[in-house]
Design a protein around this ligand. Structure first.
Ligand code: ACM
Ligand code: ZN
Length: 651
């Protein structure tokens, strides 16, 4: 039987994503040939040329700005008739939006660049403009360094989805990626993790030194690359918390308080700027002055999330300032700090952007743009209280969250499926008209602490985690909720997948088919040299009846072991062995080996553990599998035990 796909709308028929405000098919076709000339507004010519290099005849494709169009900012009209193609943007951004829609009318090969063959476009008229001015994607390059080329590739993909802002998270506890010429140590030291660097490596990559930073010249090139594609880059320096890196380089920046390593398994976690130290504001003048020189964006993001105010309470200078200012809550000291930093930015002609905690006490000036990350309700509160708000709550827009229960990724904000992301609804959460007016747009986020850990398993982990969730984000930012509909989105996404392939995006194809199954015959028993927090949990683990794992009461020591004993010998199976949480590397054996035994007396070593895990092939009758730690300490005060995943090999 031949199935005929019924398309409800022209946008579905053409697979346009995001769907334009209006698409009218007027009948007839326009045939483009390799010699068809393209006339284009000079400011976007090099970019347009890279896709659509025209010939020398009468201009068949015209792309121009027409400020007299009666359209909102970023709007465009795209007309195809039998004589040619006309794309008019009300402004430069609108013209680029129109161009990106035009590309979607072409065969998908156009995304490979330099398209030079004949093709037929349907005659139509599209009128289109975005629902929200801010359509963003955040990228954390502080924890895991991305090269300029990788960021440019990402930017190119974002542009094709009409995303207009890249929020570049440049500093954090785990790295400082931007060259500051007046303080070169920041990037030269803070750009590297592990090995002899004072900055920790990612959990599990002990010993390695890795990373990098961007010179100012490289960043200026990136800003221009993004501008060519209609994307503004908003840089973030995360203040006054998340500042462990700068604290390692300039310890005087932090409050003079004793470090409490006991509470943090040997790690010094002091990461908050001293508010009372005047020299800190002079240092920030230097840093932000150079940052504003590189990035022309109206807004500069200065962080303000997850600030541990207990350091200020312990600091003699901060507590004296607190009294002097007559404050009633240490959170107000954060307001004081953020206002002062915003004042520095104002001197450079810029405005401050901050994470939602900064707006909690409500005393911060309403001039600040707030980025709501914790939840939709937190976003609602800041929007309600009058702040221009970017909505990017973890449960919908944190693309470092896993996409199904058994996939890699964080899960503190739950499993963020494509459908969950698409379902975001300001209406359902009771946003008032005032709150809705203050929503400037939406953004996705990609935090990168697990990037390195997982990247070897994927062609491109960043793209796997972000696409197609960015396709949903693109519609949420472009289309008002009243026009969004999951069924239509899914239909159009199917066509759009071909385009993503042509763009070279390693998007997630669906729930991985990799077996996450378990085998419960023969019976298995897990024993260990480590003391456990709950013996019953171990018994359940042995019965494959505990998905979460079993926690020990101390970290691992050299020689500690976990033993899996089977009631019958197993053979011809592949076994995945894991220490630590299953999808996030914590509580592992950082160094260790896998050993097999037929008799429980003599063991032979078959594989090293890699990041706490190993996958082994068992091709001899085996009664016992032992994981043996060869190092003391794992950066946590516990180890997690897991049942092995066993797959029978095909004969
Ligand atoms: C954040 O995720 N801490 C902004
Ligand atoms: Zn202090």
């Amino acid at each position: 039987m031949v199935s005929v796909q019924a398309f409800a709308t022209p946008a579905e028929r053409l697979g346009l994503l995001p769907a334009p405000v209006s698409v009218e098919l007027i009948g007839g076709e326009y045939c483009l040939v390799p010699s068809t000339a393209v006339w284009c507004e000079p400011s976007i010519e090099p970019y347009v040329d890279s896709y659509l290099a025209g010939g020398y005849g009468v201009a068949g494709v015209v792309l121009r700005i027409n400020p007299s169009l009666q359209l909102p900012s970023e709007g465009y009209v795209l007309s195809v008739n039998e004589c040619g193609v006309l794309v008019e943007g009300v402004d430069r951004a609108g013209l680029l939006n129109g161009f990106h829609t035009l590309l979607q009318l072409f065969p998908k090969e156009i995304y490979a660049g330099g398209f030079r063959r004949a093709c037929v476009l349907p005659c139509l008229r599209i009128v289109d403009y975005p629902a929200y001015a801010y359509r963003g994607q955040h990228l954390d390059v502080a924890r895991t360094f991305s090269t300029i080329e990788q960021i440019e590739e990402f930017v190119s993909h974002l542009a094709h989805h009409k995303i207009n802002t890249l929020h570049l998270h440049l500093t954090d506890d785990e790295g400082w990626r931007v060259e500051i010429k007046s303080h070169p140590e920041l990037a030269e030291v803070g750009g590297w993790r592990g090995g002899d660097s004072p900055i920790w490596s990612v959990y599990g990559a002990w010993g390695e030194r890795y990373g990098g930073y961007y010179t100012q010249e490289e960043l200026r090139g990136l800003v221009e690359y993004a501008h060519q594609r209609g994307i503004t880059i908003i840089p973030e320096i995360d203040l006054p918390g998340h500042s462990l890196t700068i604290g390692k380089i300039y310890p005087e920046v932090l409050c003079p308080v004793e470090m409490n390593t006991e509470a943090a398994a040997g790690y010094d976690k002091r990461n908050v700027w001293c508010v009372a130290r005047e020299d800190n504001y002079r240092l920030l003048e230097d840093i932000l002055g150079e940052l504003c020189d590189i990035f022309p964006s109206e807004y500069i993001h200065i962080g303000g999330d997850e600030v541990d105010t207990s350091y200020w309470k312990q600091c003699p200078h901060c507590s004296a300032l607190y009294k002097e200012l007559g404050l009633s809550d240490y959170h107000q000291l954060q307001d004081y700090f953020m206002e002062r930093v915003a004042t520095i930015l104002a001197r450079y002609g810029r405005r401050a952007a901050m994470w939602n905690e900064s707006a909690e006490s409500g005393t911060l000036s309403k001039d600040v743009r707030i980025y709501g990350w914790e939840g939709l309700e937190e976003c609602r509160k800041v929007a309600e209280s009058g702040y221009p708000t970017v909505v990017m709550p973890g449960p919908y827009f944190y693309f470092d969250m896993r996409q199904s229960k058994n996939e890699d990724g964080h899960n503190w904000a739950g499993v963020v499926t494509l459908e969950k992301c698409y379902s975001v609804s300001l209406e359902e959460l009771g946003y008032s008209e005032r709150a809705k007016r203050n929503v400037v747009g939406f953004s996705g986020a990609f935090w990168s602490e697990l990037y390195l850990t997982h990247s070897h398993k994927y062609d491109n982990y960043l793209e796997y985690q972000t696409f197609p969730r960015i396709c949903a984000l693109a519609e949420i930012g472009w289309m008002p909720q009243s026009r969004r509909e999951w069924g239509s989105f899914s239909t159009r996404l199917e066509s759009h997948k071909g385009r993503m392939e042509a763009m070279g995006i390693s998007y997630r194809r669906g729930v991985p088919t990799k077996s996450q199954g378990r085998q419960i015959t023969p019976a298995m028993e897990i024993t260990t040299s480590l003391p456990l927090s709950n013996e019953k949990a171990l018994a359940k683990l042995s019965a494959y009846a505990n998905d979460f794992g079993c926690r020990t009461t101390r970290t691992c020591h050299d020689g500690d072991w976990i033993l899996y004993s089977f009631s019958q010998p197993i053979n011809n199976v592949t076994i995945e062995l894991t220490t630590g949480y299953r999808h996030v590397p914590r509580g592992i054996f950082p160094f260790g080996v896998v050993e097999l035994s037929g008799d429980g007396k003599t063991y032979r070593e078959v594989a090293p553990l890699d990041n706490g895990s190993a996958t082994i092939l068992v091709d001899k009758p085996t009664h016992h599998i032992r994981l043996r730690s060869t190092a003391t300490g794992n950066g946590d005060r516990f180890v997690y035990l897991q049942f092995p995943i066993i797959r029978v090999n095909p004969k």
